[in-house]
Design a protein around this ligand. Structure first.
Ligand code: BGC
Length: 263
């Protein structure tokens, strides 16, 4: 069964049909720029544009760069505030006419890495981190996701960690790899102190350049770059939509019932 995975990011909305059993894209992904401002109705239309590019899928998984509880957006650090408290699952299901599962972007990337990539078969606690516009996090115990951890907003040097150590900080402040790696190291040591994980999986666009900064970071926890790169969010969204299909879980909103009040 093909499931459409869509990844809403700071600069692009990307999607492709996915084989959730193999964790593989079934077609070339299609990308449209994320509307600016990224307010609700224009992002819903961007998602519909990506979805309209493909056919032959019967449910959809969508990632969102904020906390998602029961399909509802609870935080919007790097997207338009109109998303706060928006019922994203219902909005997408109504627009696409199909069941939709929505989850946090880093959680989706982590789900894919744990199922098919760098975190596969890893026992105990695994922390996936995505370094991009913000810092996303996903926590797994024996491969099971604890959603919405938001470790990017831990305080580091008196400010939100992602403001200092996200890849955007490196770019905006024009930091050398050494300077940025020092910040990332401080951040990872803080996480180690709190969680004692068995593995860090490092994702986000910057994971492609792991050879530039991995050797500069000294932490006790083994650290590996993400394996699925740009496609992790799309794949993780589709896998989650498939899991939600098996049981009428809280992540999925059926389009037919999307207008009905929540029970
Ligand atoms: C958001 C997270 C998101 C991360 C990466 C953070 O600012 O709070 O929910 O996962 O950025 O997009």
């Amino acid at each position: 069964m093909a499931i459409l995975g869509i990844d809403i990011g700071g600069s692009g909305v990307k999607g492709a049909p996915v084989d959730p059993a193999r964790g593989e894209l079934l077609d070339e992904r299609y990308r449209v720029p994320t509307p600016q401002p990224s307010e609700v109705s224009s992002v819903v239309e961007a998602v519909a544009e990506v979805a309209g590019r493909f056919s032959g899928y019967d449910r959809v998984g969508v990632t969102f760069p904020g906390v998602i509880v029961d399909g509802v957006v609870r935080t919007a650090a790097n997207v338009d505030p109109s998303w706060l408290e928006a019922d994203a699952a219902k909005l997408f299901a109504q627009r696409l006419g199909l069941p939709v599962a929505v989850l946090n972007d880093a959680d989706a990337a982590g789900v894919a890495e744990v199922a098919f990539g760098a975190g596969r078969g890893q026992p105990g606690l695994t922390v996936m981190l995505t370094f991009g516009t913000g810092i996303g996090s996903a926590l797994f115990l024996d491969g099971i996701l604890m959603p919405n951890t938001e470790f990017g907003h831990l305080e580091l040097g008196g400010v939100d960690a992602e403001l200092r150590a996200a890849d955007r900080a490196r770019e905006v402040e024009d930091l050398s790899w050494e300077d940025w790696a020092r910040r990332v190291q401080t951040y990872l040591r803080h996480l180690e102190m709190l969680l004692s994980p068995q593995l860090f999986v490092i994702g986000g666009g910057v994971s492609k350049k792991a050879d530039r900064y991995f050797p500069l970071i000294d932490v006790r926890t083994p650290m590996v770059p993400a394996a699925l790169l740009n496609n992790a969010g799309i794949i993780g969204a589709a896998v989650t939509a498939e899991q939600a299909a098996g049981h009428a879980g809280p992540l999925t909103v059926d389009a037919a019932h999307a207008g009905a009040p929540r029970s």
